[in-house]
Design a protein around this ligand. Sequence first.
Ligand code: SAM
Length: 374
Amino acid sequence: MQKPTLKDVYRPTHDEAARHAFVGALKGYLNGPLEARLAGHYEDSIKPAFVEARGREPENRTEGTEAFREDHLYQLWGSSVFTSQDLMWETVGETCDRLLPDFEARREELANREPRGRLELEEGFVPPDPIRRVEIHRQPGGYFGQSGDTSLRLGMDYMGTGELYRAAKGLSEGDEVGDPGMGKYVLGALGRRFPDVDPGSVLDMGCGVGVHTIAYKQAFPDADVWGVDLSAPFLRFAHVWAEDKGLGINYRQACASETGFADGQFDLIVSHIMFHETWHDVLAGIMAEAHRLLAPGGIFLNADVPYQPERLTMTKQVTNHWQVVNNGEPFWTGFADTDVRQALIDGGFDPQDVFAEYDPLGTGQYFIFGGIKS
Ligand SMILES: C[S@@+](CC[C@H](N)C(=O)[O-])C[C@H]1O[C@@H](n2cnc3c(N)ncnc32)[C@H](O)[C@@H]1O
């Protein structure tokens, strides 16, 4: 009989699934209808009060936050979002606790086979400041965990919350657990811009648990596919996840600004939601590294959150900034304030070969940016 693979192992029980669904629905309500109500309340009450006191509207998120701070609906929204985040880690954690031994057993079983891909972890690697000091998303243990802990648990937690969000948005219906939806979306964005793309080598920067890296090996089976990330726990998970699928993908622990690969090694470099989770000072180095690593004609294409302040209402600027201050998204507004097009040019890309655009995603949009190496 065929042994169950990890996508079959990750099965919340009926009660766990009900709790995940509750948290997903709660988050959907807080981010959707309640935030919309808050936006209406800003127009009807918070803004007029600010205008009366100052003779003008709030001009930026700092002033906006001042205007919102004492408001009861805003406080209710914030405390509920904070609680929903705790509930998410608690409920997904329960499932991961229960399934961890099964994941570890599958890892051991896979370790008896010749690996198809490499896992390059650097002994004594310390993630740089400031990222190593932050529990991003307030994930218990953060992205890096305790040194010496080699368990798959942090990777499972990350993957499990991804599943919770997918289910809440109705995206997991009919799809496998861990479907590389974002990877497929980026491949779509790539194909629309470069229909003939057929890379011999691909690098996924900030690949995390590798769920989306899979999409590139599936799309370009002959390509040499690599993922880099700062997090050893995530890379361990990514390696097992790819081996479980019988896919030869290589993973390396490195900062995206200093990967150790050769000049011109890659035809395609991608990232999915890495930039809003990396600190501002490293961004210039990442752009320059991508330019160095690309072969002539190679493509750099990234997808990230479209939260540039000029595109957002004041309420959305304030609620996003609340996430920065209170909910483990410390680099979010720093990225939103960055002139990405200029950063790509400063990194070595020719101005005429750079793009920074917004593509449709569901009912919203996503920020797609990058460049072609001339
Ligand atoms: C939101 S996660 C996204 C992971 C994956 N791309 C996905 O879509 O599931 C951001 C990832 O970027 C990684 N990261 C942040 N800054 C990095 C850097 N400077 N170099 C390499 N990885 C980085 C984090 O460790 C984390 O795994």
